[in-house]
Design a protein around this ligand. Structure first.
Ligand code: ATP
Ligand SMILES: Nc1ccn([C@@H]2O[C@H](COP(=O)(O)O)[C@@H](O)[C@H]2O)c(=O)n1
Length: 214
């Protein structure tokens, strides 16, 4: 468990939470795999992108600014995104969170750590070629304003220049679990499961299969 977590900038320590950051390029399959992890391992999925899109729809005063940033593939100022993440964590009864698509740059990373005091348990990194990610995004068909070739290319540039250094930062701390995300969804999830399954359960599973084959 990690903490303390200061809820809203005031001096009230609230809940202790365990956080996994889920990172990878646009279209690498973060959201798809998070849905599987939620189902199998009881985490709550918080997608920074989804929270920002919900903020636009809510008619918030930041809505227009966020919409323009997303259309350009740019990264929204950390204070906005962190407030949304904090609120979502606070309002949720769970104590285990997958934070998907965050931190996206050094500013996101440093501000989140300073404001919340939260260090991730580990970082799940979906590694996929740009070619494959582009193919997936162009087929996604969810009506996202940023799933057009012009914005996709901008998002890739931001990913290479601003997000990869954050992954490298955590890698240097030994916190990155890298997954080959270019394979079919089921195969990727097998690799993800191995990361989330406690070592003791892996031993049990191996001995069951041994007995079964006996
Ligand atoms: N392993 C896979 N093989 C083929 N298609 C996939 C795979 N994983 C996800 N997809 C498809 O690729 C598209 C992008 O996946 P997803 O939304 O999970 O990516 P993401 O990393 O969350 O993207 P973004 O960062 O843009 O939100 C979706 O249409 C999804 O169904
Ligand atoms: N930490 C973040 C996360 C996302 N954004 C903006 O939202 C866009 C879509 O994000 P997805 O993870 O859903 O692909 C992204 O391109 C950014 O414009 C952000 O600013 N900060």
């Amino acid at each position: 468990m990690i903490g303390p977590f200061e809820a809203n900038g005031s001096a009230h320590t609230t809940k202790k939470v365990s956080v996994v950051f889920v990172l990878g390029g646009p279209g690498s399959g973060k959201g798809t795999q998070c849905a599987n992890i939620v189902e199998h391992f009881g985490y709550t999925h918080l997608s920074a992108g989804d929270l920002l899109r919900a903020e636009i729809k809510s008619g918030s005063e930041n809505g227009t600014m966020i919409q323009n940033m997303i259309k350009e593939g740019k990264i929204v100022p950390s204070e906005v995104t962190i407030k949304l993440l904090q609120r979502a964590i606070e309002e949720n009864g769970n104590d285990k969170f997958l934070i998907d698509g965050f931190p996206r740059n050094e500013e996101n990373r440093a501000a989140f750590e300073a404001v919340t005091g939260i260090e991730p348990e580990f970082v799940l990194f979906f590694d996929c070629s740009e070619e494959e990610m582009e193919r997936r995004l162009l087929c996604r068909n969810q009506g996202r304003e940023d799933d057009n070739i012009e914005t996709i290319r901008k998002r890739f540039k931001v990913y290479m220049e601003s997000s990869l250094p954050v992954i490298e930062y955590y890698n240097a701390k030994g916190k990155v679990k890298k997954i080959d995300a270019a394979r079919p969804v089921g195969e990727v999830f097998e690799a993800v499961k191995a990361v989330f399954t406690p070592p003791s359960d892996k031993v049990k599973a191996a001995s069951w299969s041994f007995k079964w084959n006996d």
